[in-house]
Design a protein around this ligand. Structure first.
Ligand code: SF4
Length: 396
């Protein structure tokens, strides 16, 4: 059994650790490129959202690389994700592939379904190995989240262009290689030090890799000497997959903004898998933030996008970038509400819809203009250069 899965940010690192830990051969799909997107766009219905197209491209590339079983997340509710796996089965069958496509559905307290899935995993491994593999994968998941969040907070202050991302990539490579939890923790601690040493962020973060706080972006966002701060909200797939959001967070950091992107793998897995198994999914605090503007669940991360934007405004961030795939229903709902949030909460919000035709250059221009506007409006700085209204834009 050679298993694979579509990419989502760096989730392939913990997934690979888990599946190989329980004795499966893992075929990691080639990194998502324009070619991947083009393959998916050619096979999927034209008006389908980008996650379907790109994950289909990943699947085709994984099968071509030798995978015979592909795991894909399922879903319920108004979002189309729930039927994508079925659609992808048909697409792959039409192409003549006989790979086994397995949907991982949200447990929703359905213990029988969860038990069936666990049985499928444990049929090939001892329970002890499954637990050990799960622990290692979880630790890697947390590690990825910490490095992502730290990078978002540190890029604006790096001493050499690209130094933070090079440190993060080296850390991710070490995480990928790590075969013990202690190795993972050591890799995280070393990478945090590397990030600190290549940026002027100093010692503002005191992270204990054994009990990491994922709210690492909270501290530097307030205060008169802070750089411009930008929050990123939107549909989880495009927020977390740099290959489809055109490296949005990296671009914002390179422009000189400190970035807060609060969606994390570990947070999502804890809420939607672990707690969901025992029907203990907490009522997200974000619903409370969203209530004045949106009271009902609209699928995907629509409510979260509204709630997080309100939260970011009240916590003093200077602006919000809302990113979503073109034709994504939940985010269209959010997008129609965000102008009101912007007006009432006094925070500029820019919505970006991405699809397979989105190009780097157009995005760069829009982000630079938006960050200049935030700098002038807040009197804060991009890259440590104070901007005042009379200096105008384009000098950063
Ligand atoms: S949330 Fe939107 S983009 Fe994501 S799968 Fe659902 S409809 Fe598609």
């Amino acid at each position: 059994m050679k298993v694979s899965f579509p990419h989502l940010g760096n989730i392939s690192i913990p997934l690979k650790a888990f599946f190989s830990g329980i004795g499966m051969d893992v075929v990691t799909p080639p990194p998502t490129t324009r070619k991947t997107v083009a393959i998916g766009a050619q096979l999927a219905p034209e008006t389908a959202c980008l996650p379907l197209k790109v994950t289909t491209g990943n699947m085709v590339e994984a099968i071509n690389a030798g995978a015979d079983t592909v795991f894909m997340v399922g879903g319920i509710g108004p979002c189309r994700l729930g039927y994508y796996c079925e659609l992808q089965k048909h697409i792959l069958a039409d192409l003549g592939h006989d790979a086994n496509l397995i949907a991982i559905e949200p447990p929703k307290g359905n213990l029988r379904q969860t038990a069936r899935f666990a049985q499928m995993l444990t049929s090939r491994a001892r329970i002890r190995d499954v637990v050990e593999a799960g622990k290692l994968a979880w630790e890697k998941c947390i590690g990825i989240d910490i490095l992502d969040q730290l990078a978002n907070a540190a890029r604006w202050s790096e001493r050499k262009a690209g130094a933070v991302d090079r440190a993060v990539q080296a850390g991710l490579d070490r995480l990928d290689m790590a075969s013990r939890v202690s190795d993972v923790r050591e890799a995280i601690a070393n990478t945090i030090e590397q990030i600190r040493s290549c940026s002027t962020l100093g010692t503002i973060y005191e992270l204990d890799p054994c009990a990491p706080s994922l709210q690492v972006t909270a501290e530097p966002l307030c205060g008169s000497n802070s750089p411009v701060s930008v929050g990123v909200v939107g549909e989880i797939y495009v927020v977390m997959e740099p290959a489809v959001n055109m490296n949005l967070c990296k671009k914002l950091g390179a422009i000189g903004a400190v970035v807060s992107q609060p969606i994390t793998f570990s947070g999502w897995i804890m809420a939607h898998v672990v707690l969901d198994i025992i029907k203990l999914m907490p009522k997200p605090e974000l619903l409370t933030w969203a209530v004045p503007y949106l009271r009902n669940f609209v699928g995907g991360h629509g409510v979260e996008s509204v709630g997080r934007s309100v939260q970011m405004a009240r916590r003093g961030l200077d602006g919000v970038v809302h990113v979503s795939p073109l034709t994504c229903m939940p985010e269209i709902v959010a997008q129609s509400i965000l102008p009101r949030v912007s007006e009432k909460e006094g925070i500029p919000i820019m919505s970006l819809a991405v699809d397979e035709h989105t190009a780097d250059a157009g995005l760069d221009t829009r982000l630079e203009a938006f960050c200049d506007l935030l700098a002038v409006r807040s009197g804060k700085r991009l890259h440590g250069v104070p901007l005042t209204p009379c200096q105008g834009s384009g000098t950063t």
